[in-house]
Ligand binder design. Structure first.
Ligand SMILES: NC(=O)c1ccc[n+]([C@@H]2O[C@H](COP(=O)([O-])OP(=O)(O)OC[C@H]3O[C@@H](n4cnc5c(N)ncnc54)[C@H](O)[C@@H]3O)[C@@H](O)[C@H]2O)c1
Length: 434
């Protein structure tokens, strides 16, 4: 039988009930800002904490730097004194509940880089007081909350589940998704103790339509990695099928669309230029790393990672073949890359396969330009380019156009009409020139 809630827990439950709790969000990025706004809409006051002064100033001036969050929402929340931002980590003593939404990238050797989680945990530890709930939102390997955060927080002398509360609740935000947002996407929560879970669920309840409690922080951590590994493996499978179909001279899109008519036992995934973004190419490697330490090799993760990473090379090879058919070399050819964001209708280029494609083209001597309605400049991976206008002239001036991102508001008809050669990694061009 679990212990009855302590006075500290009872107080937090009451503050959730009457919305008098103050939330602190550490990391005001793609995950932190939408979560902050949902908590404000639910009636809480929210303090946004970020180490970047420019982000803090922008938010306090009532602007949003995240496309899915309207500037007006931030402006209203600031005006009504329901939201403010700070770079002063000492103010973490003020909130009753603190959600940590900092990056969890990979190191150059593909090992987890949990330095941001450690830094945020240390900041929270400096000001930890009785009656605070700490929730880690960042995607990470199973064991992070208990093995990395808990020892730091209990070193203050406060007891978990009695004085303070610790939980893991993975963010599932899907930037650019018009149907699902932070509020209407069910949210997994796992606590270090049953009281931690109870308190975390109670505090999130007013802001999230459906909370899904699980039995431990490890289970919650693993749910998120399973979700992203599921996508990585299935995308890897259809990408391999695209290579197979290419070798067999079969249209992979026809095969996938026909397979998708099966009303059970098949889920449609589509091939493309490779994986991008902060999650799917990265998160499975957190689990692979953890399992390596336990002497187990996660084979599906490795193979999917390999296949997906090969796709930029595959598509550049297609461009080379097409040019070759017209007796042209890639070296010296003008190549227009259409879309550099890692997915449709967003401005995020993190881990975007377009950057790999541009690098591979440039290394082989192509003269590369790009168009992306959401990304005006790229300065990554050695490439320094500005988006060119998409006109009949710019398309016709290119020896080859490679469609990398399938943004909705691009005139693909114009591209199909004027491109000399088109390589369509997303199957969006009418009549499919590819
Ligand atoms: N972006 C997504 O679509 C998405 C979806 C689900 C989960 N996640 C996960 O959520 C986490 C955050 O991702 P994101 O995309 O929001 O990252 P982001 O880079 O957009 O935002 C992170 C913010 O944290 C700030 N920051 C870094 N260290 C800090 C510290 N010690 N104290 C305070 N602020 C700090 C940064 O300045 C930045 O503004 C990651 O673990 C990611 O894997 C992201």
């Amino acid at each position: 039988m679990s212990a009855p809630p302590t006075a500290a827990a009872e107080l937090l439950l009451a503050k959730a009930h009457d919305r008098s709790a103050v939330f602190g969000i550490v990391g005001m990025g793609y995950v932190g800002l939408p979560l902050a706004m949902e908590l404000v809409h639910a009636g809480y006051r929210v303090l946004g904490v970020d180490v970047k002064a420019s982000v803090v100033d922008h938010l306090n001036a009532g602007h949003s730097h995240i496309k899915d969050v309207p500037g007006e929402s931030v402006a209203r929340a600031v005006r009504e004194k329901r939201f403010s931002a700070t770079a002063d980590l000492a103010r973490l003593t003020e909130p009753d509940a603190i959600s940590i939404c900092v990056p969890t990238p990979l190191s150059k050797t593909k090992d987890p880089d949990v330095s941001f989680v450690i830094a945020a945990t240390n900041a929270v530890k400096q000001t930890l007081r009785r009656g605070q709930l700490i929730i880690l939102e960042s995607t990470t390997y199973p064991g992070t909350t208990r093995e990395l955060m808990l020892p730091a927080l209990v070193s203050t002398g406060l007891k978990v589940g009695e004085d303070f509360f610790l939980a893991f609740s993975p963010e599932r935000v899907d930037p650019g998704n018009p149907n699902y947002n932070t509020r209407n996407t069910p949210k997994i929560v796992g606590g270090i103790t049953p009281t931690c879970l109870q308190v975390a669920v109670a505090l999130y309840q007013p802001a999230i339509d459906r909370l899904v409690p699980v039995s431990s922080t490890e289970a919650a951590e693993l749910v998120k990695i399973l979700e992203n590994t599921f996508r990585s493996v299935n995308i890897g499978l259809v990408n391999e099928m695209a290579i197979v179909c290419d070798k067999l001279g079969v249209d992979v899109w026809e095969v996938i669309d026909a397979a998708a008519t099966k009303p059970f036992g098949f889920m449609k995934f589509t091939p493309g230029p490779g994986l991008g973004g902060h999650c799917i190419p990265i998160d499975p490697h957190y689990l692979a790393w953890k399992m390596r330490a336990l002497n187990y090799k996660t084979r599906f993760i490795e193979i999917a990672g390999e296949v997906n990473a090969e796709m930029p090379e595959f598509w550049v090879g297609k461009a080379i073949d097409r040019l070759n058919d017209r007796s042209k070399a890639l070296r010296g050819s003008r190549v227009l890359v259409l879309g550099v964001a890692y997915k449709r209708d967003i401005a995020d280029v993190r881990e975007s396969p377009a950057l790999d494609i541009i690098r591979l083209l440039t290394q082989r001597g192509a003269i590369v330009s790009y168009h992306d309605p959401y990304v005006s400049r790229i300065e990554e991976d050695g490439a320094r380019l500005a988006s060119v206008a998409l006109t009949a002239e710019t398309v016709a001036a290119a020896d080859c156009v490679i469609v990398v991102t399938d943004h909705s508001d691009v005139d693909y008809g114009l591209v199909a009409r004027h491109a000399r050669i088109a390589v369509d990694t997303r199957h969006v061009l009418p009549g499919s020139l590819d």
